[in-house]
Write a protein that binds this ligand. Sequence first.
Ligand SMILES: CCCCCCCCCCCCCCCC(=O)SCCNC(=O)CCNC(=O)[C@H](O)C(C)(C)COP(=O)(O)OP(=O)(O)OC[C@H]1O[C@@H](n2cnc3c(N)ncnc32)[C@H](O)[C@@H]1OP(=O)(O)O
Length: 152
Amino acid sequence: MTAAFQDFYPDEFSHCYGCGSQNPQGHHLKSYWDGEETIARFTPDAKYSGGVPEHVYGGMVASLLDCHGTASAAAFTYRALNREMGDGGDPVRFVTASLKVDFLKPTPMGVELVVRGKLRSIDGRKVWVDLSLTGNDGICAKGEMLAIRLRT
Ligand SMILES: CCCCCCCCCCCCCCCC(=O)SCCNC(=O)CCNC(=O)[C@H](O)C(C)(C)COP(=O)(O)OP(=O)(O)OC[C@H]1O[C@@H](n2cnc3c(N)ncnc32)[C@H](O)[C@@H]1OP(=O)(O)O
C-alpha cells in the first residue's frame, strides 16, 4: 500500500489534531499524490455537524484544507528538490501562514469528502497551494493557502 505524506512526518512533529499519527483523538488525515496534484479522502463523524445534521461544520472543512495543504506544500517541495520523503535528509516542514476558505455550498454529512491540492507557486520558503473540497454533488469549498517552510 502506498504511504501517505503524513506517514513520513517524524513522530515528534506528528501531534497535529488533523493529521498527526501521535494524536490518538485526532482525525489522522492522509494525503497522497494524484498525478501532479494531491488528494485526501475523509468522512467526518456525525458529531462534526453544522447548523443542521445533514451538513458538516465549517471548521472541519477548513481543518481538512489546512492539513492537506501543508502536507501538499511539503510534497510539492520535495518533488521540486528532486527529493523523496523519508530519504534520510533534513525533513522539509511547513506551517500554515495564511488560509482563505470560500464556502461555496453546504458540505454534506455522511459521504466521503475529497480534498485536492494543486501547486500554484514556490518562492523560496513560501509555497502557495490551491485547494478544493468536494462532496457528492460538486465542489463545496475552495481554499488558498500560503505555507511557509520552517528554517532548519
Ligand atoms: C514529509 C517529511 C517530513 C515532513 C515533516 C513535516 C511535519 C509537518 C507537520 C505538519 C503539522 C500539521 C500542520 C497543519 C497546519 C497547521 O495548522 S500549522 C499551525 C498554524 N500555523 C501556525 O501556527 C504558524 C504561526 N506562524 C509562524 O510560526 C510564523 O509566522 C511563520 C509562518 C513560521 C513565518 O515566520 P518566519 O519563519 O519568521 O517567516 P517570515 O520571515 O515572517 O515570513 C517569511 C515570508 O512569508 C511571508 N508571510 C509570512 N506570514 C504571512 C502571511 N500570513 N501572509 C502573507 N505572507 C506572509 C513574509 O512576508 C515573508 O515574505 P518575504 O519577505 O520572504 O517575501
